[in-house]
Design a protein around this ligand. Structure first.
Ligand SMILES: Cc1cc2nc3c(=O)[nH]c(=O)nc-3n(C[C@H](O)[C@H](O)[C@H](O)COP(=O)(O)OP(=O)(O)OC[C@H]3O[C@@H](n4cnc5c(N)ncnc54)[C@H](O)[C@@H]3O)c2cc1C
Length: 498
């Protein structure tokens, strides 16, 4: 595959149960004109990445008969749900909401583990005949938009591909963030980042320290403590944490039952209702932080004493300024003293311990860093003709198009709720744009490059750390419940067609 690779034909006879798209979008792929320099290039869309974004995009393209190929760097699909293998890796969005709207997962559990999500994504790829369209072990290294021919030329580790449109689902995590600790090189135990941790490992004769306070640490701690001799959770500063029971409630059970009986709308309505609730909590907590702080205090008061709450559960920031980790089983393990929390700065490592800034020494054999990742929204070089595109600071319209980059869609999910609540909507929006172009005979679409102000809605450390490398979002309310109704109504005047 060293020259041009012909795309697979995506036209399939899939049902189109949920499509709201106009008839103009049907047979989009057949409208393609061939690129004179690359006569074999017949794919309309190249999707980069076979994670939840890429697979979702493939579904929507297929039901609209748009030809596509997915280029995936790894040897399996799933994205983060394939690569994150640490103890307790799971989602913290209710799965009824995080799963695709077009494929419900009936489950007794509210949240699903990494394995379950990976299996779910594989079943979607199989059920909707997406699997044969994925080129595994194919990393995109460079994509060039050829303005004269209105076509992307995509260079990969497995040859060159071309298409009219790019949909980029390459994810947003880059390399693990590993803070530098004094004396770490003298530590005789093991220091390992969660990205390199495999949940099959046990530490039954080891004293383990887990460093972190975000969702990873909170998901990991209860599972890790079950396979460790002891576990201390060291956090620099506290987070708001919300503990849930992972069993679905009677309402969801009833909706799932009706679904098995062929009555699907109650579950659909429930999905929307949960989204409205999430958005309401997001807005309400930010507007009335005193109430939110009271809520969390009340949430923990039966489990821990007021002093422990004050030291380890009272963040410096207001609720929902950062994502709220969802715990399962943390309360019980704290009560049973299987997990001990320490809050403060780590000063240094010694040969057999880490020492906190207040002088307290914590002996340990293994130190696991749940310190997260750096962000990178664009994982290959991108050019429009001769001009290289830098993603840092670029205007990012509705989480879909970058200023000055034609025929490029980048479905970006929601910050404070399930990713799919926006990535799916954005993908459908992109297909509407393609359908309009087909109907009017346009070959290229773009939005102009412009300067806009941008304050990220969340102040999480990974966002602050990588802010200069982030694009500037605008054009949405950042509330999927409202955006679905208002922001993603297609108005051709918002775009430049040629
Ligand atoms: C443990 C964990 C828990 C999470 N929980 C939640 C949650 O509860 N709710 C929520 O909304 N979000 C959650 N997230 C965030 C999660 O990243 C998103 O929800 C979502 O999975 C992003 O999907 P994606 O397909 O866009 O990206 P990814 O899953 O990162 O997939 C990107 C894919 O693109 C491929 N790729 C990257 N670069 C290239 C290239 N150059 N060429 C070819 N292929 C490439 C990668 O190999 C990968 O397969 C969680 C993340 C983690 C790690």
């Amino acid at each position: 595959m060293n020259a041009l690779t012909t795309a697979l034909d995506a036209s399939s006879d899939l049902d189109n149960p949920g499509s709201e798209l106009s008839s103009a979008s049907n047979s989009l792929g057949s409208a393609l004109t061939e690129c004179p320099d690359h006569p074999n290039a017949t794919t309309t869309v190249i999707i980069i990445g076979a994670g939840i974004t890429g697979i979702g995009a493939a579904y929507y393209l297929a039901i609209n008969n748009v030809s596509y190929t997915i280029l995936e760097a790894k040897d399996d699909l799933g994205g983060v749900w394939y690569t994150h293998r640490w103890h307790g890796a799971r989602c913290d969005s209710e799965f009824i909401k995080y799963s695709y709207s077009f494929k419900t997962l009936l489950s007794p559990y509210r949240l699903q583990t990494r394995d379950q999500i990976h299996e779910y994504l594989r079943s979607v790829a199989e059920d909707f005949a997406i699997l044969p369209h994925i080129r595994f072990n194919t990393r995109v290294v460079k994509a060039v938009f050829d303005t004269a021919n209105a076509r992307w030329i995509v260079h990969t580790t497995a040859g060159v591909f071309t298409s009219q449109f790019l949909i980029n689902g390459n994810g947003y995590f880059s390399d693990p963030y590993v803070p530098l600790f004094k004396g770490a090189d003298t530590f005789e135990g093991e220091i390992v980042h969660t990205s390199a941790l495999d949940s099959q490992r046990t530490f039954l004769e080891k004293n383990v320290v887990l460093v972190g306070s975000g969702a990873t640490a909170i998901c990991c701690a209860p599972e890790l403590s079950a396979v460790s001799q002891s576990l201390v959770l060291v956090q620099r500063s506290p987070s708001y944490i919300y503990e849930i029971s992972n069993t679905v409630g009677p309402l969801t059970r009833a909706c799932q039952y009706l679904h098995t009986r062929g009555l699907t709308f109650p579950l659909t309505v429930l999905r929307y209702a949960i989204q409205w609730k999430d958005d309401l909590i997001f807005v309400g907590f930010r507007k009335f932080p005193w109430f939110a702080r009271w809520f969390f205090k009340h949430h923990w008061h039966k489990t821990i004493d007021p002093d422990t709450f004050q030291r380890h559960f009272r963040p410096r920031y207001n609720p929902w300024e950062q994502r709220i980790p969802v715990a399962i089983g943390l309360k019980e393990q704290l009560q049973q003293k299987k997990i001990v929390i320490k809050t403060g700065e780590i000063d240094r490592f010694t040969e057999s311990s880490l020492v906190m800034a207040d002088g307290e020494e914590i002996r340990c054999d293994v130190c696991i860093l749940a310190t997260g990742f750096n962000l990178n929204l664009l994982k290959f070089d991108m050019h429009v003709d001769e001009q290289k595109i830098a993603i840092g600071g670029i205007n990012f319209y509705k989480g879909i198009m970058l200023g000055g980059v034609p025929n490029y869609f980048h479905p970006f999910g929601a910050w404070h709720t399930a990713w799919t609540q926006r990535s799916e909507t954005v993908t459908r929006f992109a297909i509407r744009i393609m359908a309009y172009m087909k109907a009017k005979g346009f070959r290229a679409v773009r939005i102009d490059r412009r300067d806009i102000g941008f304050t990220p809605p969340l102040t999480s450390n990974y966002i602050k750390r990588c802010r200069a490398m982030m694009p500037r979002f605008y054009g949405t309310y950042d509330l999927p419940a409202i955006d679905n109704l208002v922001s993603y109504r297609f108005n051709p005047r918002s775009f430049k067609f040629s």
